[in-house]
Every structure is written in C-alpha cells, then in structure tokens.
Design a binder for this molecule. Structure first.
Ligand code: NDP
Length: 283
C-alpha cells in the first residue's frame, strides 16, 4: 500500500477550511499565522511559498514578513517581539535555516511558546517529554497522522527510527513511544543498521542520505515512512528510501515527494488552529 500523503493532506485541509469558517463565525476572527523569512535561500523560499499557499487555502489571516539576508539579530528579535505582543497573531514561524550571524537558538526561544506553531520552543519540547499539553512539532505529528490514516497499528509494535535530530528523530520516537510502540533510535554509530531495521514493524528514516534504506533493511510487510529530502545530481527529489526496491517488500510506504512533506505543512495549519483555540479559550 502506498500511503498518499498528498491526498490525506488535501482532505485534512478541506476539513480545516470548513472548520476555520465556523471558527470565524464563532469567535469573530480567523486564526492568524505570520511567517518570517530572512534572505533569499531558494529552498526556504519554496517551503515558505507552500506554507503561505496552505494558509490562504485554509482561510487563515496572516502574511509573509520578508527580511533581508543582512538583517541584524536585534531587528529580527524585535520583529518577533512585536508579533508576540500582537493579540491578533496566533502563530509565528521563522523559516530555518537562518544566516550564520543570527543565533537560531535565540530566535526559537524568542517566539512566545503559546504561538510556537513549529513546536521547537524549549518549553514545548520539555512539555512533550514530560507528557504535558504542548504544541507538537509538525513533521513528527504528521507521521503519526499518516500511520493512523493508513490504518497502521502502532501499539505493541516494534518501531525503529533512523535519525536522532531534535526536530524529527527524537520527537517521532517519543510520539511512537506514547502510542505504546517499542522504539529503537538508530544513528550514524549504530552497528549493523540493516539488521536493526529488519526488526521493525514500523521503520522511519530521517537521515538525509538518498536511497540508503534498501530492501535488505526492511522486514516484509513493515510500514516504511520516508522523511528524507535529497536532491540527486540531476535535480530529482528523492527520499532516504530506495523506493522501487523497497515497494515490493513493504506493507505500506510513503513516497517522496508526496508523503511526509505535505503532511508537515498540513500539521502546521492544524497547530495554528490549536494555538488560536488555546488562546481564545485561554488555556
Ligand atoms: P539531521 O542531519 O539533523 O539528522 C540526521 C540524522 O541521521 C542524525 O541523527 C545522524 O546520526 C543520522 N545519520 C546520518 N548518517 C547516518 C548513517 N549512515 N546511518 C544512520 N544514521 C545516520 O537531519 P534532520 O533530522 O533535520 O532531517 C533528516 C532528513 O529529513 C533530511 O533529509 C531533511 O531534509 C528531512 N526533513 C524532511 C522534512 C519533511 O517535511 N519531509 C522535515 C524535516 C526534515 P548522528 O546523530 O549520529 O549524527
């Protein structure tokens, strides 16, 4: 089974569009997401375009704030502070990566935790690990949603996550653990990675190396979630999984593009609605 993230995303966005119209009726305004981009990095520009398009599609308020590559850290922090204090702004996102002269840690911590739609603020990260109410990071949240929508059982299963970054690997592992999977986190020092992965009923690859997960990594019938985004020499977008080789072995698989990527943006929309509701209901 191919897990069609694009189609699942579309139906979730269609439902949110209706929900947002109802929220506007009920609360007298729409959820508002502000996206800040610094500089002209083409990949960042493309991601931001996708986010703004989804924002408009779902009927949110908000817009893009564009700052030049050489903007000072102080100016960016002042812009964030302005949005933190704006009662009509529900979500703030600063597109990463930032130019080297700006501290990403400082910027992430400067966004008010209640408006942190990316779920990167240290307070949200801590709350996730403490099982407290928090804003979940979008990619991990999207992966769980994809598994649920595809009807993949999580509880009691063995999951292997390759990658231990703070934005993907670790939070995905935590969310799978919370759903009662038995989770192994693999990384660049893992010995005999293929053997470790072959144990998995659910295999999540979040590495950033084209086609490193071959058929020998996959237990027959396993659900394979490919988070990786890589460009081949001829500019083609591919994941971490050798899709053609793994497709006949896997029970379910996400393609790249059209798998986890669209879900990440859709969960950003979900998080914006949740931030709006938390603020309106003063949770
Ligand atoms: P990082 O570079 O932060 O982390 C990569 C992880 O992969 C590290 O934990 C590293 O291990 C591990 N790794 C590297 N080489 C190997 C190897 N040979 N064997 C096993 N593990 C290895 O990346 P991110 O987590 O930020 O992103 C991972 C991928 O997901 C990227 O391609 C990124 O573009 C993509 N991505 C996609 C998103 C989407 O929406 N679809 C969103 C976010 C990211 P170690 O810790 O030991 O160094």
């Amino acid at each position: 089974m191919i897990i069609d993230g694009k189609q699942i995303s579309q139906s979730l966005k269609d439902a949110m569009k209706i929900e947002v119209d109802a929220l506007a009726e009920q609360y007298g305004r729409r959820p508002c997401l502000m996206v800040i981009i610094v500089g002209n990095n083409p990949a960042s520009r493309s991601y931001v375009r996708g986010k703004i398009k989804a924002t408009e599609y779902c009927g949110f308020d908000g817009h893009l704030v564009e700052l030049p590559e050489d903007v000072s850290e102080a100016t960016l922090l002042a812009e964030i502070d302005k949005l933190n204090n704006d009662p009509l702004v529900d979500g703030i996102l600063v597109q990463l990566p930032l130019p080297k002269h700006i501290s990403e840690d400082k910027v992430i911590a400067a966004i008010s935790a209640e408006k942190d739609v990316d779920g990167f603020h240290p307070e949200n990260v801590a709350r996730l690990w403490l099982n407290q109410h928090c804003i979940l990071p979008c990619t991990p949240k999207g992966i769980i949603e994809l598994l649920d929508q595809a009807g993949v059982e999580i509880a009691g299963k063995k999951a292997v996550v390759i990658g231990r970054s703070n934005i993907v690997g670790k939070p995905v592992a935590k969310l799978l653990l919370d759903r009662n999977a038995t989770v192994t986190i693999a990384h660049s020092r893992t010995q005999d990675l293929a053997a470790v992965c072959r144990e998995a009923d659910i295999l999540v690859a979040a590495v950033g190396r084209a086609k490193m997960v071959t058929a020998e990594y996959v237990k027959p019938g396993a659900a394979v979630i490919d988070v990786g985004i890589n460009r081949t020499e001829d500019g083609k977008l591919v994941g971490d999984v050798d899709y053609e080789a793994v497709l006949p072995v896997a029970g379910a698989i996400t393609p790249v593009p059209g798998g986890v990527g669209p879900m990440t943006i859709t969960m950003l929309m979900r998080n914006t609605i949740e931030c709006f509701l938390n603020r309106m209901n003063n949770k």
